[in-house]
Design a protein. Structure first.
Length: 173
């Protein structure tokens, strides 16, 4: 199975993905550390390092699926081309794809979480709240083939255990 997370930075995607991965024994592949590694190689930040990170994540997920492993891709997946990337990958492997979208309906909590986090990504600065607000403006509606893929939207203001249980129930259905 291929599971693709989606949601704004700081919404809780990574936390939920890690717990799901631990419970189900699935690897979690996060795009941000990949982008940080690309930047650490000396690639200029004015280059499309975010796109490169998505492509590297796709290559790693491709290899995992080819080896019969299930994988969770932890990425913002805010636009249709990113979402369709996972649709096409799942099709190539004849694998089930599920999207788990994470929101945080409490703006103050979302901002507090974002401003308090330190993921220790040396070459990738934490996004500012202003950048998240801009991301919200650019976050596209679900359309195309990705809109037909089973998706659950979880609100991270709910207790972590509840959101994870809801996600696992969705993945099992």
């Amino acid at each position: 199975m291929l599971i693709a997370m989606a949601g704004l930075p700081g919404a809780g995607k990574s936390t939920i993905a890690e717990v799901i991965g631990n419970r189900l024994g699935y690897a979690v592949l996060s795009v941000d550390p990949i982008e940080s590694a690309i930047l650490s190689a000396g690639i200029d930040s004015d280059q499309p390092t975010g796109l490169a990170a998505y492509l590297v994540a796709e290559a790693i997920a491709d290899a995992a699926l080819a080896n019969g492993q299930s994988i969770i891709v932890d990425a913002v997946n805010a636009v249709d081309p990113a979402r369709e990337q996972w649709v096409e990958l799942a099709k190539r492997h004849h694998e089930n794809l599920r999207f788990i979208e994470v929101i945080c309906s409490d703006t103050n909590l979302h901002r507090e979480r974002l401003e308090a986090r330190d993921r220790n990504l040396t070459h990738l600065p934490e996004p500012t709240w202003h950048a998240v607000e801009q991301s919200l403006d650019e976050y596209s509606e679900w359309a195309g083939t990705a809109a037909t893929v089973p998706r659950i939207t979880l609100d991270s203001v709910q207790p972590l255990g509840q959101t994870v249980d809801d996600a696992i129930a969705f993945l099992s259905s």
